[in-house]
Ligand binder design. Sequence first.
Ligand code: BDR
Ligand code: CA
Length: 313
Amino acid sequence: KKKIIIDTDPGIDDAMAIFLALQSPELDVIGLTTIYGNVYTTLATRNALHLLEVAGRTDIPVSEGSHVTFTKGTKLRVADFVHGTDGLGNQNFPPPKSKPIELSAPEFLVQQANQYPGAVTVVALGPLTNIALAIELDPEFPKKIQQIVILGGAFAVNGNVNPAAEANIFGDPDAADMVFTSGADVLAIGLNVTHQVVLSAADREKLSQSKGKLAQYMCKILDIYYSYHLDAYGTDGVYLHDPTCLVAALDPSLLTYVEGVVRVQTAGITRGITIFDNTKKRFAEITEWTDKPSVKVAVTVDAPAVCNLLMDR
Ligand code: BDR
Ligand code: CA
């Protein structure tokens, strides 16, 4: 079984990804770490605990992450207009009974990397602050883990916060640039791929007929996500950002990747834009790019297979 830690800002598509992971016998979810993004960190922690209670998996530790960006002082942007003010479709669920562990998310990440050297995959579904802080805590962290699979970036397509930036990278561009250039084995799943993976209204209808507890729960919280997509994109279906990223950790063969260097703009109107250089030798003298380790960026996806996997599980 592949050991994974899910760093998350739940979030409706985060909830789908977490449930998909918990329902996948190929994966051993060894922890959830929380981060601001769709909601503030305190609420992200509460939602992570709640989702584990719904799934009957309170044996999995939840560790609370940073409340502020890596280079402190950046104003946080939350996406309550996408996910609801509670982050889970405005359902006003009762507060969870369980509590987060004492270790902070960066401490937990480093501890687990040391406990299972080379065997931990981090699936990062929110801004990359906790991962950057883990690297600051232990500069060897990137080499100690197996892989980081990131939902983040918009590679050669528009962002979703503004024309330049995707939300998770926009949330903490300094952290993102640090993680992309850290030397870790990184798989990056961006909007160029996730905007092809749409859960249609018909899929939702099918889901609502399932007797599965998690399917029923998802149907409840999905309403607001469908309305948002109809308003913002005119689609009668929702983008499966975080579940697609989880699938890349579960079965990487459902996507294809190109290797190259990714840098993140940290200032100006293009703050949070992800630039991918796969030109290899053409810009050889420009060391801000060529001195950096390569990562793998997803370029195609078998969208029906991702949807089917999510629906099945
Ligand atoms: C990403 O931002 C969050 O709103 C989603 O949960 C996803 O992780 C999409 O840009
Ligand atoms: Ca997310």
